[in-house]
Design a protein around this ligand. Structure first.
Ligand code: NAP
Length: 275
């Protein structure tokens, strides 16, 4: 078994992260005594922090706001992370070399399989939001057979930038554009609904058979998920994506697969969703 002296999620702020609970449950289940902790690092200190980390046997994740900026500190970056334009997972074997990967892409894809039962074929995907997680979503959608995507955002410059990076994007539109009604799968990749009970778009715009994946998660399911399900849509929030990106990250740090059901139960307990 690979040895890791330190595992962490690096963000600013970071104390809200559920990753320590999920990963410490997986570590306990495998009898590994390394702990996973939340480390608050200000953006201006990130480079120095990672330089010091690279000489230790460490592993971890990045969360807001570091996923894009951390890329320049990685000596090796996976093709998937390069395509997504951000890293959410890193590790070093203590040799000064930091490896970066993006497991949000696999996490999103696995959450879609949980929701729809398989990797969809020939679907039109509407992505609401044009930031880092939208790019991870499009990295996955781009490899689905015969898929197309429309990105909905509020900044024309960001929409144009994301359209130029992903050939799967055939159209862009305003956030609440009625063209959402053409989509088979609608993904909320904005933070709307995370803090306040707000909707990123009116559920009435959706086709009756559209599936909805909200990347946002919290203690309760989001208003979007509740409204979409009440209207008869298949719908899920981002907790399963969090799980799946975490499972993939763990398998980068260690040469074993963690127990996903132990991690899922830890997330359910932490969010108070387990009866
Ligand atoms: P990001 O890079 O900051 O991008 C957010 C996008 O949402 C931007 O395009 C932003 O537009 C747009 N936006 C923000 N507020 C808006 C509003 N009021 N109206 C319209 N558009 C708005 O953030 P991110 O990393 O993509 O994360 C987005 C969400 O996904 C967060 O809630 C995050 O927690 C969640 N997430 C979940 C997982 C998971 O595992 N479940 C993984 C990754 C991310 P502007 O650029 O114009 O500001």
């Amino acid at each position: 078994m690979i040895r890791r002296d330190r595992l962490m999620v690096v963000g600013h702020p970071v104390k809200q992260s559920l990753s320590p609970i999920m990963h410490n449950a997986a570590l306990d289940a495998l009898g590994i005594d390394t702990r996973y902790s939340a480390v608050d690092v200000q953006p201006a200190m990130l480079e120095d922090f990672l330089r010091a980390a690279s000489s230790t046997r460490c592993g971890g994740n990045f969360t807001i706001p570091h996923k894009r900026a951390a890329m320049s500190s990685m000596a090796r970056v996976s093709d998937i992370a390069r395509m997504a334009g951000s890293v959410n997972t890193f590790w070093s074997d203590g040799d000064g070399v930091l490896h970066g990967d993006n497991t949000d892409v696999a996490g999103f894809e696995a959450a879609i399989v949980d929701l729809c039962g398989e990797i969809p074929t020939g679907v039109n995907v509407a992505v609401v939001g044009a930031g880092g997680s939208a790019a991870a979503v499009l990295t996955a959608v781009q490899r689905w057979p015969s898929a197309t995507a429309c990105v909905h955002g509020r900044s024309p410059e960001k929409l144009e930038s994301i359209r130029s990076r992903f050939s799967v994007v055939t159209r862009t539109a305003a956030v609440s554009d009625r063209s959402l009604s053409r989509a088979d799968i609608v993904v909320n990749a904005t933070p709307i609904g995370m803090v306040t009970r707000e909707l990123p778009f009116p559920v009435e715009y959706l086709r009756p058979d559209a599936a909805v994946l909200d990347l946002v998660y919290g203690e309760n399911e989001t208003l979007l998920v509740q409204r979409a399900r009440a209207a008869g849509h298949l719908a899920a929030d981002g907790l399963r994506m969090l799980l799946h990106q975490g499972v993939a990250a763990f398998s980068r740090w260690y040469d074993v697969q963690p127990d996903a059901s132990v991690m899922w139960n830890a997330l359910l307990t932490a969010t108070g969703r387990q009866m």
